[in-house]
Design a protein around this ligand. Structure first.
Ligand code: ZN
Length: 167
């Protein structure tokens, strides 16, 4: 199977996913506990904006955790623990876990975005390959250096005759 076939199959699969999502987005339980991933999460196209939002969310929760830890705000995570410092540490840990969670998804989406841009670039470069192929059937005149089609017996510019060429 060549690469362009693989690309079109991938494209078809993501389209199918979107249709599946649109048919089932108001169907509770379709995506829960079935192992199916909705395209809003799997990001079949460009995942770069999702990666950026994940990094922003990660930074936000980390900053929030640090702010609550160092500020004078009294944080109550549960009624069971009396010590304000212990409560602050618990909140900081929770915020760090949420932050790391977003960071993990941020890197996962970033990897996806990189692959997306690589595939997009590969598709965009395909027409350029044809012009390179055309240039194979050109020859450069040894006398004046101009490129012309290979089937000319004489150079169209300086009339250099290839049949007169001595080897
Ligand atoms: Zn010439």
């Amino acid at each position: 199977m060549n690469d362009s076939n693989k690309d079109s199959i991938q494209e078809y699969d993501s389209l199918k996913d979107v249709i599946e999502f649109q048919n089932n987005m108001f169907n509770p339980g379709y995506y829960v506990g079935t192992g199916k991933v909705p395209p809003t999460v799997s990001a079949p196209g460009n995942a770069a904006p999702l990666a950026v939002s994940c990094f922003i969310a990660s930074a936000f929760f980390m900053a929030l955790g640090l702010f609550l830890f160092f500020s004078d705000v009294i944080v109550v995570s549960s009624g069971l623990i009396e010590s304000p410092l212990a409560n602050k540490i618990i909140v900081l840990i929770i915020m760090s876990v949420i932050s790391l969670f977003f960071l993990y998804f941020g890197f996962a989406y970033l990897k996806k975005a990189k692959r997306y841009y690589r595939e997009k670039k590969a598709i965009e470069n395909e027409p350029a390959d044809e012009t390179v192929k055309d240039k194979i059937w050109q020859r450069t005149c040894p006398k004046c250096g101009i490129s012309h089609d290979i089937d000319y017996p004489k150079c169209p510019n300086c009339k250099f005759n290839y049949l007169d060429q001595k080897f």
